[in-house]
Design a protein around this ligand. Structure first.
Ligand SMILES: N[C@@H](CCC(=O)N[C@@H](CS)C(=O)NCC(=O)O)C(=O)O
Length: 201
């Protein structure tokens, strides 16, 4: 299997973290792909032009990261990171949606901030900043439920918080959110998170 990846993508990090958690990392061939390069061939694999994209040996290409993660989770016989059914499944998927949503909003804000000054929208960036702040507030309120066996939910949250550290360190998301900060400090010691740390910004 070939994983098309960018080293700074929090969604790619989530996939790689899941592969480590499930013992599948050795089965992933990593293919560096810059989705923003003008002549990239990425759209031939993923018409949406985004990483991660997972090219299977039969030619099938899977995207986006939740689909790739659930596919990889189906390949091993150990403890599943996607609970099969019931409240545990919805809890994990909801957490994944919060984590991925934080990344979505943070990336929209960053992309707008990279446009020429006259084309940027302070309102748009503020909207995304507030979405991230509200999601972090929710996680602080629910921090007591983040313990227990790791699922795709906690992996997604950890990758999202790592991305905030990487791109929006100045926002200091830990301020006023001591429980979430403590949970992240502990969870980030897992090899799957430590070994996939984003490069220096
Ligand atoms: N929902 C997608 C988001 C993927 C995504 O936005 N990837 C970014 C890199 S972090 C990308 O490839 N962006 C290129 C683009 O938007 O054209 C997922 O979970 O995989």
């Amino acid at each position: 299997m070939k994983l098309r990846f960018s080293p700074t993508s929090p969604y790619v990090r989530k996939v790689r973290a899941l592969a480590i958690e499930t013992g599948l990392a050795d089965r992933l061939e990593l293919a560096a792909t810059d989705p923003w390069q003008a002549d990239t061939d990425l759209p031939a694999s993923n018409p949406l032009g985004k990483v991660p994209a997972l090219e299977l040996d039969d030619g099938t290409v899977l995207f986006d990261s939740p689909v790739i993660c659930e596919y990889l989770d189906s390949l091993h016989g150990g403890t599943k990171l996607f609970p099969a059914a019931g409240p545990a499944r919805w809890k994990a998927l909801r957490l994944q949606a919060i984590g991925d949503g934080i990344c979505d909003a943070a990336i929209l804000r960053r992309l707008d901030g990279m446009r020429p000054a006259g084309l940027q929208s302070a309102d748009w960036q503020q909207r995304q900043r507030q979405a991230v702040a509200r999601a972090c507030d929710l996680l602080e309120a629910e921090a007591g439920t983040l313990g227990g066996p790791a699922t795709i939910g906690q992996l997604a949250i950890a990758c999202a918080l790592g991305y905030l550290d990487f791109r929006f360190d100045a926002d200091k998301w830990r301020e006023g959110r001591p429980k979430l900060a403590a949970w992240f400090a502990d969870f980030a010691k897992r090899p799957s998170i430590a070994e996939t740390a984003l490069p220096p910004a």
